[in-house]
Design a protein around this ligand. Structure first.
Ligand code: 5GW
Ligand code: MN
Length: 334
């Protein structure tokens, strides 16, 4: 074997070795990533529930005095557009169930909770199973309301934040945790309400949807430039433009969508705290940002939460829910 022969063999040998090294690192690399994958928690996809969508039964032209559909196609629910009997029948057949969350912390419990719950028993989702989740720091003070069959009330003890802004904002954290720990798998929809309101007329199954936002009574009929979005670029709630001004006094939807909303608001509220900023209208500013980025599938007209201080009531055929008179002097002494 002469020297050139030897060099050639060394060459071939090196090539072979390289191939083996490359191949095995690829092969074992694959194995390793498969092993890593195996260690990942398995995500169990919820079996997709049959969703009840009755949008095709709505009459979008009957109310020619107001906007009945958004530009992205979501219905805006006004009186006369829907057939209440049909909605209730389909939801009863589909075994729809609803969780309602409401916070009554500090003096808000004495001032508003009884009226809120008693009126809800007369008007909220009548004919469907409803469970109220009342969050308070004083469970013993929750009034004993007589509930209709298929209706239930659960009291959850929460801490009382000292700043009222935090009482309002930290609801998002509790709502998210409650959906995850308690509601998931038990209800078709969850709706979250301010307590300082009173039901006056049917607030029924036509309000249910995958992701539901409420048009703010004070802003549904004013030009966009008057919307009070957060305009501070330092806040996560900052927005230059938007579609509508939504009211955080009520929102709802599927458990998954409401959890996404609550998580979004909570995370952004916490980030603002780290940056020492607070959005102009607290949780409501963040909620408006969420619905700008994640379009709601259904809007409720201000018939679903009317402010009696708005002088012009021409579009409001039925007041279904109304703001309780504000008792700021009594309730906001801090
Ligand atoms: C207290 C003082 C100022 C602002 C809020 C509170 C407060 C709110 C409270 O002491 N206890 C309480 O349970 N809340 C909850 O947060 C209620 O569910 C209340 O409806 C919600 C939002 O607060 P609101 O209704 O005073 O806010 P706005 O936007 O209707 O004025
Ligand atoms: Mn309120």
């Amino acid at each position: 074997m002469d020297f050139r022969d030897f060099k050639e063999r060394i060459g071939i040998f090196t090539c072979l070795l390289l191939c083996i090294v490359l191949f095995s690192s690829f092969y074992f690399g694959q194995l390793r990533s498969i092993a890593l994958l195996k260690n990942l928690p398995v995500i169990h996809e919820e079996p997709s529930k049959p969703t009840i969508n009755l949008d095709h039964t709505l009459d979008f032209t009957i109310r020619n005095d107001v906007q009945t559909r958004t530009y992205w196609g979501a219905p805006i629910i006004w009186e006369l557009m829907f057939d209440p009997k049909l909605y209730d029948k389909k939801h009863q057949e589909g075994n729809t169930s609803v969780a309602l969350t409401v916070f009554a912390v500090g003096r808000y419990l004495d001032a508003y909770l009884n009226t809120f719950l008693t009126s809800a028993e007369k008007h909220f989702m009548i004919g469907l199973p409803v469970t109220y989740y009342v969050f308070t720091e004083s469970p013993e003070k929750v009034p004993n309301i007589e509930l209709a069959p298929q209706r239930d009330l659960k009291v959850v003890k929460v801490q009382k934040y000292s700043r009222w802004q935090d009482i309002s904002m930290m609801r998002m954290k509790t709502i998210s945790e409650t959906i995850e720990m308690e509601l998931e798998g038990k209800f078709s929809y969850v709706f979250c309400f301010d307590v300082d309101q009173e039901f006056k007329n049917r607030f029924g199954s036509e309000a249910l949807g995958e992701s539901v936002a409420l048009l703010h009574a004070d802003f549904y009929n004013v030009p966009k430039d008057r919307f009070t979005y957060d305009k501070n670029p330092k806040s996560k709630a900052y927005m230059e433009d938007g579609d509508h001004y939504y009211h955080a006094a009520l929102f709802g939807g599927s458990l998954q969508n409401v959890k996404a909303l609550a998580d979004f608001c909570h995370v952004n509220i916490m980030e603002d705290k780290l940056n020492d900023v607070e959005a102009l209208w607290h949780d409501e500013s963040h909620l408006n940002k969420f619905f700008w980025l994640n379009k709601p599938t259904q809007l409720l007209s201000p018939e679903y939460c009317w402010d009696n201080n708005v002088p012009d009531k021409k579009h409001i055929l039925v007041v279904r829910l109304t703001w309780a008179p504000k008792q700021y002097d009594k309730l906001r002494t801090r």
